[in-house]
Design a protein around this ligand. Structure first.
Ligand SMILES: Nc1ncnc2c1ncn2[C@@H]1O[C@H](COP(=O)(O)OP(=O)(O)OP(=O)(O)O)[C@@H](O)[C@H]1O
Ligand SMILES: [Mg+2]
Length: 312
């Protein structure tokens, strides 16, 4: 549904997007991650035919962004960064206006505007001027605009930016619900969002793709992958550290700050990031310890993100 082939964008001397290639299939939600200035928005602007690429190309539902820009725009619902719209219009007016531009009229126009107002919970502000909306409502108004023509592809540039936790949750559910018959590309700085909604994620830095995979594949690159944190009661930390270090499935052990005086907390990093929880449980059971906490980590996306985006 989205096929990007070696897309680049140069602004004067700055290579903002550098030979980016990727694909998104129907039903997939690809999370687009990267530090500020990495090139996410610029890539999205090229895919939505806002700006032309310097080189490379892309297809949306089989239509080329270079040869068929009008068809491409028909297939896409686009929520641009910072949700731009017309400040002096009322929310309902704005949506009708966009629906007209999209070619709808009469009952069909009314029906479509009604559907998106309901989907994005905008009815209470339908007659409010966009200029006076709170950030979250402004964001949702712009999201509603992107859904009017029921497009097969959605390109959403930081759709949950500035929303309160409840709204974030609602917008994520909405995105997930819509994903079955659609293809969605979303950029975000909220790493847990990737795990919560995306089927795969792509990390870019300085315009280049530096990481790609399912959330779990990315998590598997974390130093914390399958590490186990245990808190034990009434143990000698030195002795415990020695004992854990002797275990053949343990790569290294770290004494973690204890928040209670009677507890000793250790984090054990497995050899080859393999799962060690069963072996460790058996060991602790035999050792006859007083176990207060036992936590296995899947990995930390923020740490993987830092690894991939700060390397030279
Ligand atoms: N029209 C332009 N003219 C010159 N430079 C530009 C232009 N648009 C973007 N850039 C530059 O291109 C680079 C990539 O910007 P872009 O907005 O794509 O980053 P981003 O990944 O979306 O960042 P953020 O997370 O902050 O939204 C930045 O260095 C930016 O300053
Ligand atoms: Mg951006």
């Amino acid at each position: 549904m989205i096929r990007v082939n070696s897309l680049s964008k140069k602004f004067n001397n700055l290579l903002a997007v550098d030979q980016v290639s990727f694909e998104v299939k129907q039903g997939e939600i690809l999370g687009f991650l990267g530090p500020n200035g990495a090139g996410k928005t610029t890539t999205m602007k090229m895919l939505t035919c806002f700006i032309p690429p310097s080189s490379g190309t892309a297809e949306i539902c089989g239509y080329s962004i270079l040869d068929d820009p009008l068809q491409v725009r028909n297939q896409i619902g686009y929520l641009p960064e910072s949700a731009p719209s017309y400040d002096e219009m009322l929310v309902g007016e704005f949506l009708k206006f966009i629906a007209e531009i999209r070619g709808y009229s009469g009952m069909e126009l009314k029906r479509r505007v009604g559907i998106v107002i309901e989907k994005t919970s905008l009815s209470e502000v339908e007659n409010q001027m966009i200029d006076t909306l709170s950030k979250g409502f402004r964001q949702r108004t712009c999201l509603a605009q992107a859904l009017l023509h029921d497009p097969p592809v959605l390109i959403l540039d930081e759709p949950t930016d500035g929303l309160d936790p409840n709204q974030k949750h609602e917008v994520r559910s909405l995105i997930k619900d819509m994903s079955e018959e659609r293809t969605i590309l979303i950029s975000t700085h909220i790493l847990e969002e990737v795990d919560a909604v995306c089927t795969s994620a792509m990390i870019i830095a300085n315009g280049r793709v530096v990481g790609y995979g399912t959330p779990d594949e990315l998590l598997s690159q974390s130093l914390y992958r399958n590490s186990v944190t245990v808190s034990l009661k009434n143990e000698n930390p030195r002795k415990l550290l020695d004992d854990f270090n002797q275990l053949d499935f343990v790569y290294s052990v770290e004494h973690v700050q204890d928040d209670r005086e009677d507890l000793v907390t250790m984090r054990l990093y497995p050899k080859n990031k393999e799962s060690i929880s069963r072996k460790l449980e058996e060991y602790l059971y035999k050792k006859n310890v007083q176990l207060e906490q036992f936590t296995v980590e899947r990995g930390r996306l923020d740490e993987v993100f830092r690894q991939l985006t700060t390397e030279d």
